[in-house]
Design a protein around this ligand. Sequence first.
Ligand code: BGC
Length: 412
Amino acid sequence: MTIKKLLASAALTALTAGAAHAEDVEVLHWWTSGGEAAALNVLKDDLAGQGIGWIDMPVAGGGGEAAMTTLRARVTAGDAPTAVQMLGFDIKDWAGEGVLGNLDDVASSEGWDAVVPEALQFFSKHDGHWIAAPVNVHSTNWVWINKAALDATGLAEPTSWDELIAVLDAMEANGITPLAHGGQAWQDATILDAVVLSLGDDFYKAAMIDLDPDALSGEQMVEAFNRMEKLRGYVDDNFSGRDWNLASSMVINGEAGMQMMGDWAKGEFLRADQTPGEDFVCIRFPGTQGAVTFNSDQFVMFEVEEGAEAQKAMAASVMNPTFQSAFNVVKGSVPARTDVPNDDFDDCGKKGMADLADAGSNGRLFGSMAHGHSVPAAVKNAMYDVVTAHFNGEYDAETAAEEMLNAVESAQ
Ligand code: BGC
């Protein structure tokens, strides 16, 4: 049976079994941390206000790798959820399978074409049709610093690699863990996004987007891995397997100095009642100011026999400008539409919005490798393996650069 037929029969089974109310949406997502759950509540409440029920299907793990594995199993079993949080190339892959719903009606009646940036539309559309509703734009080249820990170093916010190392050294001398990190492949890869970008826009584009063999295995990639190794030296002994939000907590409570993480980390600081500029500082990864490696969470609707109205209502809600402000203020991301005012955003959010607009107009906006916006999942996962093996000491920098090329070539 084709996946399409499986889905249709699953919808019928669900209907006859009374498993899901026609006005419910079952949503598969990986928003399981405190800050993420708070943002998700904004969406649940909004839908509840319209009489649309929420069936929760959480699968933890940034980058969505685990969620995508669960999704594949559900679809193969003929039981796709009605709505799914998805990133970049995963959307394109599923669209190619012909199993996604078409959101053209709602997109045209609500004028999405005019307000969603091209870089996002590239992922939200398939063959010219809207197949996903973007809820936000995150970016990965951020550093979150405990303000008191930075002040205690007597140094300024770092703007270059050397300044960054000086701050990390000073934090170490002050007796805290300089860098809070969780040893999971996607987190290692998130740091790599920023480290590669800090070696130049051209290098990021050549290595992470164009998969240029010389860039993947050349001197700059060796330098990127040398920098990863240097950063590894500032991480505590218990980093292996730690969830990203627990690393954020270490910065929040002053046990650690900083975390290199996408702006979903801000959601954790806000949940802990911290204020940017007072309790914590947000800076672009040193050497990357002006450029942005982005990822956008989008909601994809699977084709269903029943419940398409609830799906459309959910898509419309997600794209509503008032909702986009309310949700992203809590989530740490910025709106996926260009016409949302920044009034309700804190200083980091305002900076995020301004940086995104600048990077977009200056040709400095790039899809994040770690979060599925630069290459398809097969290549991304191959890169994950190399980054993680290197971070855990299996490869030296030269070998890692060679393995990066090998891994990408065999995944393509
Ligand atoms: C998603 C974010 C999420 C983060 C950590 C990223 O891939 O885009 O929305 O907060 O993973 O779970």
